[in-house]
Design a binder for this molecule. Structure first.
Ligand code: SAH
Length: 485
């Protein structure tokens, strides 16, 4: 062992500011800093380390964090231009180079393959790096496994499309990565990170428990257009970083159902992988008998039709699952984005759903207001299952009050539009809104609607979106499933 002496600055916190960090929270805010010292304490008799100002920190550089009483708290990337001036990436004085990134990527991949049957990285698309919760502050990497849409359309006519049919026609699937650099520390090391990724996945041939390598990825697309980059003083950036991405998009399989996505044009990283498990569970409530819908239809001696509203549908993740998993389901997907709805129609086609999926381009608030007004027109205006999966209304704590009004309005109207016995699947991905307040908002909405709710399930995010204990911001996804009486 040998060590190279590198002068790493030290950030000393004010008294009693270390508790949160000792519990695992990785951020230091600018108002928690007592002083900054240039390098280690000097030998007895020598001059003490020079005192520095916040502005002397170089964005992206590594620094050590210590409590007021000099307890070592970890090594962090700093950014003096952000309110979060340091993000701890290691509990020890670990340097960063390509080898460090390779180890961290391998660790994150291994964690995702530990529990057999949860994720099969040869078939399933997954978030392989989830920022702070994988000890990569501000780095997100989604890996998509599938085939180019164009190749599938040319070779496979079977609908609904299956993974096995495509594999038989086109061979093993390819993979693509979508990457978001959301902190200065990560952004300033982008080349090293990409090289590390390519080496782990391609050259070393990362081996998963079934003894086969994951294989070379076909393209890496940057999706760093998130607003949080502006808080770090970084420009928004998107585009192909290496390899290529098919212009017509690719098809992945989620819970066995095909979904088309386009990493170049899509929102966030192209497909919301965090709702994978919730979509499957929500779909099970669209089955005849699980919503009370079949009973209503039987009275009229009709073919049972189960009506599902997928509000804030994006590319139809929830609605397509509900229709593809159950016969007799009619889905209405509502979204403000015309492009997203175009993809809903492609997804309906891939799943052999034809005209059982309708799309409505509208503001969901407007749509629910007007649908509720026409509710008296008859039972055809009512739904058996409603999914509400809005974007984060509360991006910050200060926006919470206004956001809660928005959440309550859509939940209240959805409750009013469900048939007796119908099921509400209601989500929030705002990390600033905690579970207790989210559930209280739903309770208030039900009370205002004069309805009783039974909670059937309350779900969070899947295993490839882990949450770090002590860092509540990482436990962001809430998905309540309620029967409305
Ligand atoms: N349920 C989706 C993800 C939803 S993401 C899935 O399973 O993949 C949020 C979606 O809400 C985006 O597609 C966005 O276009 C849409 N959106 C945002 N505000 C909206 C509004 N006021 N009315 C309708 N759609 C909206």
């Amino acid at each position: 062992m040998y060590s190279i002496h590198i002068n790493v600055k030290r950030i000393i916190l004010k008294p009693n500011e270390e508790k949160r960090l000792l519990q695992g929270h990785p951020w230091v805010y600018d108002n928690e800093v007592d002083r900054i010292l240039d390098g280690p304490a000097s030998k007895p008799g020598g001059a003490g380390p020079a005192k520095l100002e916040l502005k002397d920190l170089i964005p992206g550089e590594a620094a050590d964090i210590e409590s007021f009483r000099k307890t070592y708290l970890g090594r962090a990337f700093v950014n003096p231009n952000s309110k979060i001036i340091a993000r701890i990436y290691s509990p020890s004085k670990e340097g960063v180079d390509k080898g460090f990134f390779k180890r961290r990527i391998r660790d994150a991949l291994e964690r995702r393959t530990l529990a057999p049957g949860v994720l099969d990285l040869h078939r399933d698309s997954a978030r392989i790096v989830f920022a702070e919760a994988d000890f990569f502050p501000g780095l997100i990497i989604d890996r998509f496994v599938g085939w180019p849409l164009k190749d599938i359309e040319a070779a496979v006519t079977l609908r609904p499309l299956t993974f096995d049919a495509v594999e038989a026609a086109l061979g093993k699937p390819k993979s693509w990565l979508a990457i978001q650099f959301l902190s200065f520390g990560m952004d300033s090391r982008r080349e090293e990170i990409i090289a590390a990724l390519e080496e782990v996945l391609e050259q070393d041939g990362f081996i998963i428990p079934d003894n086969t390598p994951l294989g070379k990825c076909s393209g890496i697309v940057e999706k760093s257009a998130a607003h949080v980059r502006e808080l770090e003083g970084l420009p928004l950036r998107e585009g192909l970083l290496s390899g290529d991405f098919p212009a017509e998009g690719i098809v992945i399989f989620e819970n066995g159902f095909p979904f088309m996505l386009n990493l170049i044009d899509g929102q966030k990283t192209g497909h919301f992988l965090d709702q994978r498990d919730n979509r499957r569970i929500a779909a099970s409530y669209a089955g005849a008998g699980s919503t009370g819908a079949a009973g209503t239809a039987a009275v009229h001696n009709d073919t049972p039709v189960i009506r599902v509203l997928d509000a804030f549908s994006y590319t139809g993740g929830f609605g397509i699952h509900a229709a593809a998993a159950n016969p007799g389901v009619q889905v209405t997907c509502v979204d403000a984005s015309a492009e997203a709805l175009e993809t809903v129609r492609i997804n309906a086609g891939l799943n052999g759903l034809g005209d059982s999926v309708a799309t409505v381009e509208a503001d969901v608030f407007e749509y629910l207001r007007s649908a509720e007004r026409h509710r008296t027109a008859g039972p055809q205006e009512q739904f058996d299952l409603i999914i509400l999966d809005p974007p984060a209304f509360a991006k910050t704590r200060s926006a919470l009050e206004g956001a809660l009004r928005g959440y309550k309005e859509i939940n209240l109207r959805a409750i009013n539009m469900l048939k007796p016995g119908g099921v509400l699947v209601t989500c929030s991905c705002s990390h600033a809104l905690d579970e207790i307040r989210f559930r209280y908002m739903i309770t208030e909405a039900a009370a205002d609607a004069g309805k009783r709710l039974i909670m059937l399930d309350f779900r969070r995010q899947p295993a490839d979106h882990p949450a770090l204990a002590g860092y509540e911001e990482s436990l962001y996804l809430k998905c309540g499933i309620y029967r409305v009486l």
